[in-house]
Structures are given as structure tokens and as C-alpha cells.
Design a protein around this ligand. Structure first.
Ligand SMILES: Nc1ncnc2c1ncn2[C@@H]1O[C@H](COP(=O)(O)OP(=O)(O)OP(=O)(O)O)[C@@H](O)[C@H]1O
Length: 539
């Protein structure tokens, strides 16, 4: 089952080093996050998968990496200076600011209805280029990567000698001064986009729009978001952006946040190339564009069949990397019992817990209400102990000498049980997993076992294809749980059998390979490890 609460993902992301708040030691910066050691791997793997699918595995695509800073005129003629606005309202009571279309006429902070009329707020960040702050030095941080593609259309067309239809793919940072950044990675002020601008002959645009919808759904499925988990929102005409003839928003149901856009697939007509072209009057544009008196290029395509210059239509699939990563983590997340707890062990823990609850009931320090609540749930807690570690932890944290004594006893009994029977697992597609293989020595102070484990790690990493780590910081069970939580598809253990000192001499030169999802273990000869893992880690 996927994550049931965003908190599960936020906690895991922090605990294991996927995501950190930006500038945390100075109190953070709202709407900005840093990708930690595991986050950067997952993010890079998502981007690489998108690039491979959309650039390498197609015959009709080129890549591009345009600069974030661009001439201000780009944003004038793209329409962003005029229209890239969100409706801003102020709460007169508590002074909080909100996006009018995100609230229900009442301040979500204080409940006041005393709000200002919505007014347009331009979301582009401004900066200054060069040492002199005058009007000529003014620039924006790009709020989308798409414009870098449009203004390079002629460059790519002439250097690649492409014929329509063809597309340009780009991944890069975008910045939006969101009024209310929130919901972790979902709405932030600095993020990455994976965008395609696909250029087609006018008249074939509707068909290509449908084809891209299918292609994009197939990609989401490939990275672990099944078709059944995505809703297609066919944006009603009244809600369409001014440049769009039709837009499909792909929506994913995030826990707590609800059904939200992860990707927009827009038919942008000839609006973009037409907007950035000179001689617009001669281009037979269908889109309404602002008169361009600054561009030095005609962004057209010579169609040999008709002998005419045409302005291609554009289909744009545009996805956010952060929203994608959040969806992939939510979808792959599971907390589960790994096997049924044997009756007598449960009874022993139950006894300790009951004694503990009794003691809590006598405690002067506990409020009556809390005591009653705990006693009422005593049996249920006992039964479901392994699934309810956080609640048990809460009980253990309560004050009072008896509690501490019993708490210790309980923890002592419960922890191994819980460790053995309960786990959090991130079922990422192996190709996305930050770490593909983790290698453990069964004994961390045994020279030969350690040396063999390190050699196995080096051998697998040397292939360059699978990120492999060595870890000896705990008992094997604990190490498995850590790797389960971060989505590592395979763990390898080097033991006495491996080095020929175990019970079975036939196992010399083999290691245990454990599968994250099935938890099944297999003995594999070291010499065959790479072949065994190669396809499995790129699945
Ligand atoms: N503030 C943001 N934080 C994270 N990702 C974003 C943000 N804004 C846009 N994206 C991502 O970029 C993609 C394309 O951007 P687009 O301009 O279509 O978004 P949008 O329609 O403005 O999004 P929303 O309506 O949620 O603000 C979105 O589908 C989303 O994945």
C-alpha cells in the first residue's frame, strides 16, 4: 500500500538523507529544499530515465541545455511579464498572504473572512546582471525552461537538419515566487522541470497531442506510477492558459495534498514560435500574439512538399522533477509486517505491556484522560504491537520511575520482535533506486570476511553501472532494514561460508543475495554476481 500520510515521506526523507530544508542551520528558507546524498541519486536517476526514454529511445528528438538567465525581451514576448500572475489576497486580520484560488473565501490561518480583493502578483524572480543597477541590467530567473527551447528553435533546426515532426528536450531549474510554497516538494520556489517542445505541422497537432498523452502515461508507468493511479484532467476551455488550444493535466493523488497535477501536456499551437518571430503579419498565425518589434529571426520551417514556410505547432509535455520524486516515493512506500509473530512471543510482550499500562494507570503524573485512553486501548495495543511501534514508543517516553523500569523491559522484549517482524520498505523501481547493491560483512572485525566484502563492492562498482556501497555499521538485520527503507533492491552478505570456513565447503566463493521485495535469499558465486545483478538493477 502506498504512503497514507505525507508525514511518512517527510520523516523518511529527513531521517535517511533524501531531502533537507535549505539553509537549515539559519532557520531555513521557505519553499526551498536541498537534495541530500540519497535524494540527489534518486533525482538524477529519474532525470536519466526521462532523458533516455524521450531522447535516446526515439528517432525524433534532440536535447538542449539553455541558460537560466535570458534577455528580458524573451519574457516580454512570451507573455510572462504581462500574464504570469497568480491572484494574491491579504488577510486583514492576521496579515497572511494567500493565493485566491487556493482558499475558500476564509483565511486558512485565522478563519477571518476579512480579505482584500485579489490582485495580480507576478511570480518571476528579478535579479540584476553586471555591476551597475540600472534598467539595462535587469533580468529574471526563468520561471520555466520552455522559452530557452523556443528561442533556440532555428539554431537546433539548422544544425540538426531535422524535418517535422521533431522535438527538443530539456531538463533544468525554474524559479517561481509562489505566494504560498507548501506541501514539502510539491509547491516550491526553486525546482526542476523536464520539458519537451514537440514541433508538428499544423493540422497534425491534435493527433500528436493524443500520442504524447499515451507516451507520457507509459513513462509514468515505467517509473512506478501505474496508469490506474493517474487521472487525466482535460482542462475545460475556461481554465485554459491563453496560449493553449487544449491541455491534459496528469493528476496523482498525494496523501494529504489530494489529487494534484504532476505533468501538463499542452497543445500550444503556433503561439510560441509566432510570438518570438519577426514579420509576424506574413506568417498566417492562428494564435493571437503581441506585435514583436525586436526579434531578428523568422521562426519558421520550410515545408518542401508544399513549397511554403510554416510556423510549426507545439505540443508540450512538462513535468516537475520534485513532484515526480514525491509521487514515486509515496507510491513505493510501505510499512508492513514481514511475518506473523509467534503466539508465545506475543504473549510475553503482551504481559510486559499490560504490566506497564497498569503502572501508567497508577501514575499521579498522567492526566486522567490520557490514562483512560491508554487503558481503553491496552488490549488492542498489545495485539497490534508490531504494527504500532510509534504508540509503544510514546508510552515508553512517559514520566515516572516505574514506567522507566517497565519501559526498559518492554523495549528490550519488543524491539527484537519488532525488528524481526516489521519493516518500512521503499519499493522503487530498481533503475531509480539511489543505491543498487549494499554489501555487508557478517562479522565486521573478521579480517578476511571484511576484505572479501570490500573486494566484492569494488568489483561491482568498477562496472560503473550500479552504485554499490559497503556497510558494517550494525547487525545484518538492522542493515537490511536501513536498505529496505531507502529502496536498495539487493543486499549481499559475505559470511564464513564465503571464505570457506563455514559448514558447507561447497558454498566457498559464494555470497548471499537478498531481494528487497520478496526478502528471499539466494547463494550466488562471486564470479557470477555482476551478470546476476546487471539486468535486475536496471529493471
Ligand atoms: N511551484 C512548483 N513547485 C514544484 N513543481 C512545480 C511548481 N510549479 C510547477 N511545477 C511543475 O512543473 C510542471 C509544469 O508547470 P506548469 O506551469 O504547467 O504548472 P502549473 O500549472 O503552474 O502548476 P500549479 O497549477 O500546480 O501551480 C507542473 O506540472 C509541475 O510538475
Amino acid at each position: 500500500m502506498p504512503a497514507t500520510s505525507l508525514d511518512q515521506i517527510v520523516a523518511l526523507a529527513k531521517r535517511r538523507g533524501f531531502i533537507f530544508p535549505s539553509s537549515e542551520i539559519y532557520g531555513g528558507l521557505q519553499g526551498v529544499y536541498d537534495y541530500g546524498p540519497l535524494g540527489v541519486e534518486l533525482k538524477n536517476n529519474i532525470i536519466a530515465d526521462w532523458w533516455r526514454t524521450n531522447v535516446y529511445e526515439r528517432d525524433d528528438m534532440e536535447g538542449l541545455d539553455a541558460a537560466i538567465l535570458m534577455n528580458r525581451l524573451v519574457w516580454k514576448y512570451s507573455g510572462h511579464e504581462e500574464t504570469f500572475n497568480d491572484p494574491l489576497v491579504d488577510c486583514r486580520n492576521c496579515k497572511m498572504r494567500w493565493r485566491a484560488d487556493h482558499i475558500q473565501g476564509v483565511c486558512p490561518n485565522c478563519g477571518s473572512r476579512d480579505l482584500t480583493e485579489p490582485r495580480p502578483f507576478n511570480m518571476m524572480f528579478r535579479t540584476q546582471i553586471g555591476p551597475v543597477a540600472d534598467s539595462g541590467s535587469f533580468a529574471y530567473l526563468r520561471p520555466e525552461t520552455a522559452q530557452g527551447i523556443f528561442v533556440n528553435f532555428a539554431n537546433v533546426l539548422t544544425t540538426s537538419a531535422r524535418k517535422l515532426p521533431f522535438g527538443i528536450a530539456q531538463v533544468g531549474k525554474a524559479f517561481r515566487n509562489e505566494i504560498n510554497p507548501r506541501n514539502f516538494l510539491f509547491r516550491v520556489r526553486e525546482f526542476e522541470q523536464m520539458e519537451i517542445e514537440y514541433f508538428v505541422m499544423p493540422g497534425t497537432d491534435e493527433e500528436w497531442h493524443q500520442r504524447w498523452l499515451e507516451a507520457r502515461l507509459a513513462w509514468w508507468e515505467q517509473i512506478g506510477i501505474p496508469r490506474s493511479r493517474i487521472t487525466i484532467y482535460d482542462v475545460p476551455t475556461a481554465e485554459l492558459a491563453h496560449y493553449s488550444k487544449r491541455t491534459f493535466d496528469l493528476m496523482y493523488e498525494y496523501p494529504n495534498i489530494g489529487v494534484q497535477e504532476i505533468e501538463g501536456i499542452a497543445n500550444r499551437t503556433d503561439y510560441d514560435l509566432g510570438s518570438h518571430s519577426k514579420d509576424q503579419a506574413q506568417l498566417n498565425l492562428t494564435a493571437r500574439v503581441n506585435h514583436n518589434e525586436d526579434s531578428i529571426a523568422r521562426l519558421t520551417y520550410f515545408d518542401q512538399a508544399s513549397g511554403r514556410h510554416v510556423v510549426p505547432y507545439v505540443i508540450e509535455p512538462s513535468a516537475g522533477v520534485g513532484r515526480c520524486m514525491l509521487a514515486v516515493m509515496c507510491e513505493g512506500y510501505a510499512e508492513e509486517l514481514t511475518k506473523a509473530i509467534p503466539g508465545e512471543k506475543l504473549a510475553a510482550v503482551g504481559e510486559a505491556l499490560n504490566a506497564f499500562l497498569k503502572s501508567v494507570g497508577r501514575s499521579e503524573k498522567l492526566s486522567g484522560e490520557a490514562r483512560d485512553a491508554i487503558l481503553a486501548r491496552g488490549e488492542e495495543l498489545t495485539q497490534a504491537l508490531a504494527e504500532r511501534l510509534p504508540e509503544v514508543e510514546q508510552l515508553l517516553a512517559m514520566p515516572g520511575a516505574d514506567q522507566i523500569e517497565l519501559g526498559k523491559k518492554l523495549r528490550g522484549q519488543a524491539q527484537p520482535l519488532i525488528d524481526e517482524h516489521y519493516r518500512t520498505v521503499l519499493r522503487l523501481k530498481p533503475r531509480l533506486a539511489p543505491i543498487k547493491v549494499a554489501v555487508f560483512p557478517l562479522k565486521r572485525n573478521h579480517e578476511e570476511i571484511v576484505a572479501t566484502a570490500k573486494a566484492v563492492r569494488r568489483q561491482l562498482q568498477a562496472g560503473g553501472r550500479m552504485r554499490t556501497i559497503y556497510d558494517d555499521t550494525g547487525a545484518i538485520g538492522k542493515l537490511y532494514r536501513r536498505q529496505d527503507e531507502i529502496g536498495t533492491p539487493f543486499c549481499i552478505t559475505v559470511d564464513f561460508d564465503t571464505i570457506g570456513q563455514g559448514k558447507d565447503p561447497a558454498l566457498a566463493g559464494t555470497v548471499t543475495v537478498r531481494d528487497r521485495d520478496t526478502m528471499a535469499q539466494e547463494r550466488v558465486p562471486i564470479a557470477e554476481l555482476e551478470a546476476y545483478l546487471r539486468d535486475r538493477v536496471s529493471a
